[in-house]
Design a protein around this ligand. Structure first.
Ligand code: ATP
Ligand code: FE
Length: 328
């Protein structure tokens, strides 16, 4: 039995077929990176139009790849939020129409719960209770998870997400969009010699990244000669120190079996390496999604859909631009 997962909350049109235990039978992502790269960010109206063009061909490709008859699907799971309203509407409307045509139930899924479950794709990795660090383009948060359905938010950013800070710093350095991968690559060859601020380092489990972003901007204006590699390395060092210090505090406050790091920034090799060292130190298991499931994809939405089916979670099939991780 398979679920068709559909994800259109931002700038990727992503579709996948997933079994109950997280096996990905087929997956396709039509990325809009090239389109948005020209503007240095995502233009919502442009994103919605691209989803309209891509969604049916992407669904068809996944079904043809797998030879699955749509009438045999257990359900269609589709992101209902959080995200861009126009982008969400394209996914929800398409899923609703397909579900009616095929006679298959449609489940509206919280995108953040999709990211959470990405760590169990292809292979079951997460042991409960787990501490979750979600670091994506729009969110930076810590949560405790005692089972796939039971989630408690314990810290979140007061302003920008860490992914947003990566993207803004990349723009300042003229590196294009998305910024994470390029900043990471550049940081590897630099020296983290600039003492950028570590916002809220010793201040509970909440985060703040807008001050760090402004500090980088001021530094670049005052020191235009500094090698960009050193700026990137120093920026990454500041981000990682804050992220890992908060994980350490949370894991010490209330022990967990595993630390689960998900969201686009979880693709960062530096973050992966430092998290591995922290977990080694604390005797906690580190659970990371395979790289391709760190950024937005349909498979994570498909796996989350199985949780909704198992627990009977239901939500309206209307776009919800802001949702917390505790909601369905
Ligand atoms: P949200 O899930 O909060 O709605 P989103 O879906 O746009 O936001 P994701 O796709 O999870 O976000 O992640 C995108 C973010 O991940 C971008 O900010 C991007 O710069 C960052 N990112 C991607 N790859 C890397 C990397 N290798 N290192 C650091 N950051 C990365
Ligand atoms: Fe996302």
């Amino acid at each position: 039995e398979l679920v068709l997962g559909i994800e259109t909350s931002c700038d990727d049109t992503a579709v996948a077929l997933v079994s109950r235990d997280g096996q990905v039978v087929a997956s396709a992502v039509a990325s809009q990176t090239e389109i948005h790269n020209r503007y240095g960010g995502v233009y919502p109206e442009v994103a919605s139009r691209a989803h309209v063009d891509k969604i049916l061909p992407t669904v068809r490709m996944v079904l043809e790849d797998s030879g699955v008859r749509p009438q045999d699907l257990r359900a269609i799971g589709v992101t209902r939020g959080p995200g861009l309203i126009g982008s969400l509407m394209v996914g929800l409307d398409t899923a609703t129409g397909l579900g009616q045509g095929w006679g298959v139930p449609v489940v509206g899924v919280n995108h953040l719960r999709g990211h959470l479950r990405s760590a169990d794709l292809e292979e079951k990795r997460v042991d409960y209770p787990a501490l979750i660090l979600l670091v994506s383009g729009g969110h930076t948060l810590l949560a405790r998870m005692s089972s796939p359905g039971e989630i408690k938010l314990i810290g979140t950013t007061k302003d920008d997400s860490v992914g947003e800070a990566y993207d803004k710093v990349a723009r300042m350095l003229g590196l294009g969009y998305p910024g994470g991968p390029v900043i990471d690559r550049m940081a590897k060859t630099g020296t983290p010699s600039i003492p950028f601020p570590r916002p809220m380092l010793h201040d509970g489990l909440d985060f703040s990244f807008s001050g760090l972003k402004s500090a980088v901007s001021r530094y670049l204006a005052a020191n235009p000669q500094t090698p960009h590699e050193d700026v990137a390395a120093s920026f990454v060092a500041a981000c990682l120190e804050v992220l890992l210090a908060k994980c350490r505090t949370a894991l010490t406050d209330s022990p967990a079996q595993s630390l689960v790091i998900v969201g686009g920034v979880a693709a960062s090799p530096q973050l992966r390496a430092e998290a591995a060292a922290l977990c080694e130190d604390l005797g906690v298991e580190l659970c990371l999604p395979p790289l391709k499931w760190s950024t937005d994809n349909g498979a994570m939405i498909g796996l989350a859909t199985w949780d909704y089916l198992a627990a009977g979670f239901t939500a309206p099939l209307r776009p919800q631009t802001s949702l917390t991780i505790e909601q369905y």
